[in-house]
Design a binder for this molecule. Structure first.
Ligand code: G3I
Length: 380
């Protein structure tokens, strides 16, 4: 579908969905449960998520920009959407650049770095007393064509990766709380992904080198593995569990394991999430939730039902509860807080409504569920 048409359809769909969500079910009990504020100042009212959270947990959001946003007819979200920026600053204590620190975005040519948008995020974070998660240094996806098609020798590739890490991590040294050093390096069966140029051309040992180089460039940043489909105990998370123990035995600086958490109501909740996070915690690691969203099939009408929104709230809440129950699960991030900019409808036909707020920034039941759960804090 042409993007303008698609955008118009989405806007209409969301307008209907918004009505379904925001109309109070009774005079005293808003269906949104979090209390939508007047349209002059859109966004959730009441206590912000970051303030409801226990002191040892940061609550984060991806910062919209780059990637699928570049194909849309709206202005670049982060610099231009004022209500969006206000909510981002008010609600969250951690920011993750959605695309602005990825190779493709940062390195239009081999000799050029485009740091401006990432610098803006880091500056915004400082002003709002937020931490930043760096995303990402070694990945198979969103690499520039000059890199993927460059016909470099192994020695050249190694130097390119090392230089990139020194330059990027060095630039933001002291400003990044956690780096996703290696992203999505395993297939579902636990084998290494051969479409990852670094692993294919240089062998899996390059992963440990990336951690060493990152640590050297910023000794204070916590260094993470990050992946999707590793919420449960399965072949892929087992591969991380084994690799991390090998790296620890070799003295490689690895600090954390994070689960992205791109869920769909279609596939159910990963009920062994807490147990899985706990086994990484038991290795002495920090754990984190880095990209949570909960999409749902929208059917003909294109709007979520109340039952779907309730189930979505339940998934968000249980995800947070699992993190809170694991001592060093220290960072809980959603992959965007509003459906206005979510990546989901561009990747999954007929699925959407995955985030905490509607396109008009009205809170869904999931927002209230997270806030209540944050207030409850960690279990004794
Ligand atoms: O680069 C191509 C370009 O060559 C082509 O002409 C154009 C035509 O559609 O597409 C461009 O690719 C886009 C890509 O970003 C490049 O920046 C894709 O369409 C676009 O969908 C893609 O979106 C990003 C996606 O990562 C790429 O994997 C999303 O904005 C971003 O939210 C998403 O984030 C990832 C995390 O980084 C890692 N975990 C999963 C998560 C969701 O996919």
């Amino acid at each position: 579908m042409h993007s303008i048409v698609r955008q118009a359809v989405r806007t209409a769909v969301v307008a209907v969905a918004t009505l379904a969500v925001a109309v109070p079910s009774s005079a005293s009990t808003p269906a949104t449960s979090a209390g939508a504020s007047a349209s002059a100042s859109p966004g959730p009212g009441g206590e912000p998520l970051r303030r409801a959270a226990p002191r040892d947990l940061v609550v984060g959001s991806a910062v919209a920009g780059g990637g699928h946003h570049e194909e849309q007819d709206y202005p670049d979200p982060f610099p231009n959407d004022r209500p969006y920026r206000r909510i981002l600053g008010e609600q969250f204590s951690s920011l993750s650049p959605e695309n602005q620190m990825k190779w493709e975005f940062l390195r239009p040519t081999q000799d050029t770095y485009r740091f401006g948008p990432a610098d803006d995020i880091v500056r915004f974070a400082k002003r709002h007393r937020q931490v930043v998660r760096g995303h990402t240094l070694l990945w198979h996806s969103q690499n520039p064509a000059w890199l993927e098609n460059g016909d470099f020798s192994p020695a050249q590739l190694r130097r390119i990766l090392r230089d990139h890490i020194q330059t990027v991590v060095g630039r933001y040294a002291g400003d990044i709380q956690q780096w996703d050093v290696a992203n999505e390096i395993f297939n579902d069966d636990g084998s290494y992904r051969q479409e990852n140029i670094w692993i294919r051309e240089l062998g899996p040992g390059i992963v440990a080198d990336a951690f060493r180089w990152t640590h050297r460039a910023d000794p204070d940043a916590k260094l993470f593995f990050n992946d999707y489909g590793v919420e449960s105990i399965n072949a892929k998370s087992n591969a991380y569990y084994a690799l991390i123990q090998e790296m620890q035995a070799d003295g490689v600086p690895v600090d954390g394991f994070s689960v992205q958490g791109h869920l769909s109501l279609k596939y159910g909740f990963p009920s062994d999430l807490q147990q899985n996070l706990q086994r990484f915690d038991d290795l002495g690691l920090e754990t984190a939730v880095t990209e949570l969203d909960v999409r749902m099939p929208l059917g003909e009408s294109g709007e979520p039902t109340r039952a779907q929104l309730r189930q979505q709230a339940d998934y968000y809440q249980r995800f947070l509860q699992a993190c809170l129950a694991v001592r060093d699960c220290s960072s809980f991030t959603v992959w965007g807080f509003t459906d206005k900019y979510s990546w989901v409808p561009f990747f999954f036909a007929d699925e959407g409504a995955a985030t905490l707020l509607t396109e008009r920034f009205e809170p869904k039941p999931a927002f209230g569920a997270l806030r209540r759960t944050l207030r409850e804090g960690r279990p004794d």
